[in-house]
Design a protein around this ligand. Structure first.
Ligand code: 8YV
Length: 315
């Protein structure tokens, strides 16, 4: 029997690529010189798309595949998949929730600690001899006992909160409704009011058209010159122009970002700012989590082609 033909939008580690190539005929879009002509040539044979959270599948890609049945996302976020186009054509969509939650929360906490205690500059202070030449490193800001806000108390936001509780922080959160699973934390539906009471504002919202730039000028300035914004969700949740302006004028103290508009290219103004910690979208990037994500991506593809229920459907 011939193998189902799939379109692979981005690369995967060897441990996933091998089993993918064994079970499917994978057309590797990311290796093509010209995406349009590659899609034109192979689109008609594609039955599933295997993509990554940040790459998704837009309507051009979906339209180029008239016999498409499934889009399997390697990532929890599926905001880059055109769900409307999928709905119209009855195309199923899956993601990889849960398996990455802890690592994403861990990185958010690490970013908060790293930035608040000035660890990047402190490392440089040791390596470039400043410690010996100039003495003590400038004093930094405390984390424990301060006020944290979590914008979006889903799976990842909840794990962030659990970790923050270990630092004796006062925790508040915004979401569509109060969460029964977080009885000890303060529910504040208005993001601006949340920001006003946050020394550290974590952005952990699933991105959608409705959350675009939810962290705008008002929220950013409400966090204030002594506060920090940590984004481990999607860049679109923050108005980057407003963020850069606030970091430049110091009306926002600092930021720690794992995601950027247009990544991996990012707004070059970020590189000039001393008060932002920049990370290369690797919150889920541990061997353990990526192995589990790859397994789940493949489990969804396999289940679909064997006619079994999808393990983690979105649509
Ligand atoms: C990426 C992510 O998918 O889970 C998500 O939504 O954005 C990440 O885990 C990861 O970088 C793999 O592409």
């Amino acid at each position: 029997m011939s193998k189902p033909v799939i379109l692979q939008v981005g690369p995967y580690p060897e441990w996933d690529q091998k089993p993918i190539d064994f079970a499917f005929e994978s057309k590797r879009l990311f290796e093509a010189e010209d995406y349009q002509s590659y899609l034109k040539e192979h689109g008609p044979s594609i039955r599933a798309i295997a993509t990554r959270g940040e790459l998704g599948a837009d309507s051009d890609m979906i339209n180029a595949c008239p016999t498409l049945e499934l889009i399997s996302v390697y990532g929890v976020g599926y905001d880059a998949v055109d769900l409307e186009a999928c709905r119209k054509r009855g195309i199923r969509v899956t993601n990889t929730p849960d398996v990455l939650t802890n690592d994403v929360a861990d990185l958010g906490i690490a970013m908060m600690l790293c930035q608040s205690r000035g660890m990047v500059g402190a490392e440089k202070w040791v390596r470039d001899g400043s410690w010996a030449d100039q003495g003590l490193y400038p004093l930094q800001r405390r984390v424990c006992g301060r006020r944290a806000g979590i914008l979006g108390l889903g799976r990842i936001g909840f794990e962030v909160g659990k970790r923050l509780a270990g630092f004796d922080m006062q925790i508040s959160y915004s979401d569509i409704s109060a969460k029964a699973y977080a009885p000890d934390w303060t529910f504040e539906p208005d993001p601006v009011a949340l920001a006003q009471t946050s020394d550290f504002l974590f952005v952990t919202l699933a991105a959608s058209a409705g959350t675009r730039h939810i962290v705008g000028k008002e929220v950013i300035e409400a966090v204030g010159p002594d506060g920090m914004i940590i984004n481990i969700s999607r860049a679109s949740n923050i108005d980057e122009d407003a963020l850069i302006a606030a970091l430049s004028s110091k009306s926002l103290g600092s930021a720690a970002l794992d995601v950027f508009e247009g990544e991996p290219a990012l707004d070059p103004r970020f590189l000039e700012l001393p008060n932002v910690l920049l990370q290369p979208h690797h919150a889920s990037g541990t061997v353990e989590t990526r192995r589990a994500m790859g397994q789940l991506l493949r489990d969804n593809l396999t289940a679909h082609f064997q006619g079994h229920p999808l393990p983690t459907p979105v649509l």
